[in-house]
Design a binder for this molecule. Structure first.
Ligand SMILES: Cc1cc2nc3c(=O)[nH]c(=O)nc-3n(C[C@H](O)[C@H](O)[C@H](O)COP(=O)(O)OP(=O)(O)OC[C@H]3O[C@@H](n4cnc5c(N)ncnc54)[C@H](O)[C@@H]3O)c2cc1C
Length: 471
């Protein structure tokens, strides 16, 4: 393991001026919020949460049937949750990567892979059709080795994927050097069905498309309680109420409105830095002329990509769980994680010593024990939910929304017939075992990174139980 735990003084200076707002939301194009709900209304379909899952649900519902009344209630503003805070890596995989998918659903992996490709293609065609400017590029993504044993892992993945006709490309040291120059990077594996996007701009484009089609959106409107009343669900907000025939819950890692969700999803905080725009000579020094999304392939990994105005986003590594599903904006600012990330950045790119970071932020990831989305219903089938993307939901959230609509409309489709869709993750145990288990896993993953990938007894037991993190 080559990444240091201790930031230098120079590194700490690089983050002193960073503002704690997600870079993507710090954009003059950010729309002014719609009004809050202050009265009582009724609707055919209520969507709670205006991140990618909620926006896709509303858009696809309205596009399928313009006569259907659709309302979105959002506690804050569109994209202020994970949707406006992520790295903007949009992968075709709906199973959190091929390895996780093939390990859990070996009989369905070919179908799941094909459905993921179709989902990505449909996102692309929607962006084109609606003319959404969101710096979208199908660039592919490269996982990078910083240790020789990872190169062997890459070769094994390529062999494992061959029977499913899933293409990966192995990159040796020279080939990775021609993509990006770092003294730490010794090889890579490239996936082609992966894109980068400005996630907030995509969300705002979906928001506009929803409004243009007549979806009613109320922002600054948290739902505080749900009640089932005969044929409808009643959602209570601080100053209004809404009676809905159907309800789509798209609240991700936020404190859930249905208690059962808290058994399956834990919020895990992830942190991100954004540099100032690099100068032409800084950019030349790292030779990263393409827009490929990159990440290193350790258990505790960094993801990094460029922006339209020539910055580098550098995030990941720390994944912090707080006691009893701790959640809130106070957890989004973590100076120690920002400093560690910055130190790792300068280790990867010593040529950029002296560069400054302008933005530093955090966000909660809706982690579940199978690391990929799951679905469920409540209120005698009138309510459905989709969540659990575990950090790979920028693309998969559209599939999550698609399945949620199938369920709410009572449609039997190829999607709803999948074991992937019909099953749920294992629940997390209650506290204190929840914290103990998660923190022990995190510590063990760090140890494995420092020990040539060798897993301790705990990780081997987790693998055996189907709880191992494998992608
Ligand atoms: C730091 C970070 C980096 C990530 N990087 C990537 C990446 O590069 N690629 C990738 O694929 N995925 C990534 N992810 C994950 C990805 O961002 C999410 O999977 C995806 O955005 C989920 O969208 P969502 O709509 O389900 O949730 P969210 O965007 O979190 O939306 C949920 C919404 O529900 C609202 N809400 C919650 N409760 C209520 C309530 N009671 N009443 C009304 N509204 C409510 C919230 O305000 C919020 O706006 C990352 C996540 C984080 C945090």
């Amino acid at each position: 393991m080559i990444y240091s735990k201790t930031p230098r003084k120079e590194t700490l200076r690089s983050i002193t001026d960073a503002i704690h707002i997600p870079f993507w939301l710090d954009d003059p194009a950010r729309p002014a919020p719609e009004a809050e709900l202050t009265h009582t209304i009724s609707t055919d379909l209520l969507v709670i949460g205006a991140g990618f899952t909620g926006l896709w649900t509303a858009l696809m519902a309205k596009e399928a049937d313009l006569s259907r009344d659709v309302v979105i209630l959002e506690a804050g503003e569109v994209a202020q949750g994970a949707t406006g805070r992520n790295g903007g890596f949009m992968d075709a995989s709906i199973t959190h990567g091929f390895l996780n998918g093939v390990a859990r659903w070996p009989r369905e992996i070919s179908t799941l892979h094909a459905m993921g490709l179709m989902n990505l293609a449909e996102i692309e065609s929607t962006i084109d059709r609606l003319n959404i400017e969101c710096d979208y590029h199908r660039t592919g993504e490269i996982d990078i080795a910083t240790e020789p044993y990872l190169l062997d892992d890459f070769k094994k993945i390529i062999e494992l994927a061959k029977p499913y006709n899933i293409n990966f490309q192995f990159l040796d040291r020279d080939q990775i050097y021609s993509v990006v120059k770092s003294p730490l990077f010794i090889g890579g594996i490239k996936r082609f069905d992966s894109s980068i996007v400005n996630p907030a701009q995509l969300a705002w484009g979906l928001r506009k498309a929803c409004l243009d089609l007549g979806v009613q959106l109320f922002e600054k409107t948290p739902v505080t309680k749900l009640e089932e009343e005969n044929k409808v669900i009643v959602a209570h907000t601080p100053h209004g109420r809404i009676r809905a025939k159907r309800l789509a819950l798209a609240t991700n890692a936020f404190p859930p409105l249905l208690k059962r969700i808290s058994y399956y999803v834990v919020p895990v905080y992830d942190y991100v830095l954004m540099t100032e725009p690099l100068t032409p000579s800084q950019r030349e020094s790292i030779g990263w002329h393409g827009r490929e999304g990159l990440s290193d392939a350790n258990n505790q990994f960094h993801y990094f990509r460029t922006t339209l105005d020539g910055r580098i986003l550098w995030g990941g590594y720390d994944a912090v769980y707080h006691w009893n599903n701790g959640f809130g904006s106070h957890l989004e600012n973590k100076p120690a994680s920002f400093a560690r990330l910055a130190e790792h950045f300068f280790q990867a790119f010593p040529q950029l010593e002296g560069a400054r970071f302008t933005h530093a932020w955090g966000g909660a990831i809706d982690t579940c024990a199978r690391f990929s989305p799951f679905w469920g219903t409540a209120h005698h089938g009138k309510t459905a939910y989709a969540m659990g993307y575990t950090g790979l939901g920028v693309g998969a959230s559209r599939f999550g929304a698609r399945v949620m609509l199938d369920i709410l409309d009572g449609k039997q489709t190829e999607r709803t017939g999948l074991e992937f869709v019909r099953t749920k993750p294992l629940p997390f145990p209650p506290e204190p075992f929840r914290s103990l288990g998660i923190n022990l896993s995190r510590w063990s993953l760090d140890q494995a990174d420092r020990n040539q990938g060798r897993e301790n007894l705990w990780l081997r037991a987790m693998d055996w139980l189907g709880l191992g993190f494998d992608s």
